[in-house]
Write a protein that binds this ligand. Structure first.
Ligand code: 5AD
Ligand code: SF4
Length: 445
C-alpha cells in the first residue's frame, strides 16, 4: 500500500449510493484511504478528497450521482487540489467512464468495482502527473482480494461479504453486467472475519451476497446452509442475518439451519418481484407465484414466527392490470413484514430494455401508489400488534434531534426509547407503549 506521507492530516469524505453491498464497499474504500494517511471528514466541505461510490440499479440513482458530482465544479475551480474520485457500479457500465469524463472533466480519478485496491496507485498517478484525470476500470472481475481492513461505520452492525457477482440475469437487472460472475470467498476467511467482529463487540452480523443461496457453487468448497450453520456456531452473543435470498434456491435445508440457531434472525428477505407468472417468466426469475407461496408456507411451517420482507417491481414491460392485480393478491396472501417497492427502470444493455410494451409512466405511478398503500397497511397493522408487548432491540444509534435512542428488533422493526445512559451496542428490552407508522416507542424494562 502506498503511503502518501505528504498528505498526512488530509481528510476524506465518501458519498455512497445504493445497496448494503455499496455501503460496505465504501467502508473498504475508507480503510484504503485510512491506510494512505487520510482521516474521516465530518462533511464534504472539509474534505481534501471526495469519493463517489455510485449505483446504477435504477435511473434515479444515476441522476443523483450526476447531480452531486456536477455540483462540485465550482469548488474544484476554487481549489484545484481537491481530489474528486468516482467509482462503483455506474463506472462499470459500458461507455460510462467516457460519458462521465466528458460531462465532468474536472474528475480526477475514475475506478470500477473490480479494482478498488488500485485506488492508492491511481491517486498517486493523478498526484504525480500534470495530466487531468486517471481512468482505470477493469472489465473482468478477477479474483477476490483478502486481508484489507475496512473502516466500519455502523457499529454494532457489521457486514461481511460471502460472495460477489451474479449469474442469474434477471432481464430487468444490470447487476450481472457490472458486478461480473459469481465468486465465493473461502469459508475460513468468512469465519475468521466473523470471529474477529464478535470479539470486537459487534452484535449483529449480516452476510452479504447478490444471491447468498448460490454461495459455493463456483468453488465447490461449501454450500450456503453449511456456511450459515458454521457462522451461527461462532461463540458469542450476536444476531445473524443474511441477504439476498433468491426464491428459486431457497430451500428446506436452509430453513432447518435457520430454525436450529437462535442467533439467526427469523426475518427472511425473499424478493418476489411480481405475483404474475407471465411477468415472472419474462423477468427470467425461474419460479412461479405458486412455487413462491409454497416456499413461504414451508418456511412458516418449520418456523411459525418467521417474517418475510420483499422487493417488488411494478410496471415491468408488458405488465397488464391483471398482472398487477396478481401481485396485489400475492402481497395480500403473504402479508409481508415490509417490502421495497420499485417502479421498473429501463437499464440499457438488459433484455427487458428491448421488450415491447413498455408501461407508460402514469400507469406505473398509479400502480405503485396502490401497492405502497397495501404494503404500508400490512406493516402498520403488524406494528400495532406490538403495543403492550416486550421486545428486545439492539440499540444502534442516538437521535439527537428527537432525544431518543433507537434500535431494531429481530424483525427489523425500529424501536425508540429514552435513556440517561449510552446504550449503543447493547441489547435492550423495551415495553412498547406506542406504534406510530412503522416506528415503535417504548420504555426500558
Ligand atoms: N428497475 C426497478 N427495480 C429494479 N431492481 C433491480 N433492477 C431494477 C430495475 N431495472 C430492484 C429489484 C431488486 C432490487 C435490489 O432492485 O427489485 O431486488
Ligand atoms: Fe439482479 Fe436477479 Fe442477480 Fe438479484 S438475482 S442481482 S435481481 S440479476
Amino acid at each position: 500500500m502506498v503511503k502518501l506521507g505528504y498528505i498526512m492530516e488530509k481528510k476524506y469524505f465518501i458519498v455512497t449510493y445504493g445497496c448494503q453491498m455499496n455501503v460496505h464497499e465504501s467502508e473498504k474504500i475508507a480503510g484504503i484511504l485510512k491506510e494512505m494517511g487520510y482521516s474521516a471528514a465530518e462533511s464534504e466541505n472539509e474534505a481534501d478528497i471526495i469519493v463517489f461510490n455510485t449505483c446504477c440499479i435504477r435511473e434515479n440513482a444515476e441522476n443523483h450521482a450526476f447531480g452531486n458530482i456536477g455540483a462540485l465544479k465550482k469548488r474544484k475551480r476554487e481549489n484545484p487540489d481537491l481530489l474528486i474520485c468516482v467509482g462503483g457500479c455506474m463506472m462499470q457500465e459500458k461507455d460510462m467512464p467516457s460519458v462521465l469524463r466528458k460531462k465532468f472533466p474536472f474528475v480526477d480519478v475514475v475506478f470500477g468495482t473490480h479494482n478498488l485496491y488500485e485506488l492508492p496507485a491511481l491517486i498517486e498517478r493523478r498526484l504525480s502527473s500534470k495530466k487531468r484525470g486517471v481512468v482505470s476500470v477493469l472489465e473482468n472481475e478477477g479474483g477476490i482480494v483478502e486481508g484489507r481492513e475496512p473502516v466500519r461505520t455502523s457499529f454494532p452492525n457489521a457486514w461481511v461479504n460471502i460472495n460477489y457477482g451474479c449469474n442469474n440475469f434477471c432481464t430487468y437487472c444490470i447487476v450481472p453486467y457490472v458486478r461480473g460472475r459469481e465468486r465465493s470467498r473461502r469459508p475460513e476467511y468468512i469465519l475468521d472475519e466473523v470471529k474477529r467482529l464478535v470479539e470486537q463487540g459487534y452484535k449483529e452480523i449480516t452476510l452479504l451476497g447478490q444471491n447468498v443461496n448460490s454461495y459455493g457453487n463456483d468453488s465447490g468448497l461449501m454450500g450456503f446452509p453449511e456456511l450459515l450453520d458454521r457462522v451461527a456456531s461462532v461463540e458469542g452473543n450476536f444476531r445473524l442475518r443474511f441477504m439476498t435470498s433468491h426464491p428459486k434456491d431457497f430451500n428446506e435445508e436452509l430453513v432447518r439451519i435457520i430454525a436450529k440457531h437462535d442467533k439467526i434472525c427469523n426475518l427472511i428477505h425473499l424478493p418476489v418481484q411480481s405475483g404474475s407468472d407471465r411477468v415472472l417468466q419474462r423477468m427470467n426469475r425461474r419460479y412461479t407465484s405458486g412455487e413462491y407461496l409454497e416456499k413461504v408456507k414451508m418456511l412458516r411451517r418449520i418456523i411459525p414466527d418467521a417474517e418475510i420482507t420483499s422487493d417488488i417491481i411494478v410496471g415491468f414491460p408488458g405488465e397488464t392490470e391483471e398482472d398487477f392485480e396478481e401481485t396485489m393478491r400475492l402481497v395480500h396472501e403473504v402479508n409481508f413484514a415490509s417490502a421495497f417497492t420499485f417502479v421498473y427502470s429501463k437499464r440499457k444493455g438488459t433484455k427487458a430494455a428491448e421488450m415491447p410494451d413498455q408501461v407508460p409512466e402514469e400507469v406505473q405511478k398509479e400502480r405503485i401508489m396502490r401497492l405502497i398503500e397495501l404494503v404500508n397497511s400490512q406493516t402498520r397493522e403488524k406494528s400495532e400488534k406490538y403495543v403492550g408487548k416486550v421486545v428486545e432491540i439492539l440499540c444502534e444509534d442516538f437521535d439527537a434531534k428527537k432525544g431518543y435512542y433507537l434500535g431494531r428488533d429481530v424483525y427489523g422493526r425500529m424501536g425508540y426509547f429514552k435513556s440517561e445512559e449510552n446504550k449503543i451496542g447493547q441489547f435492550v428490552k423495551l415495553k412498547i407503549t406506542e406504534a406510530s407508522g412503522i416506528s415503535l416507542y417504548g420504555e426500558e424494562v
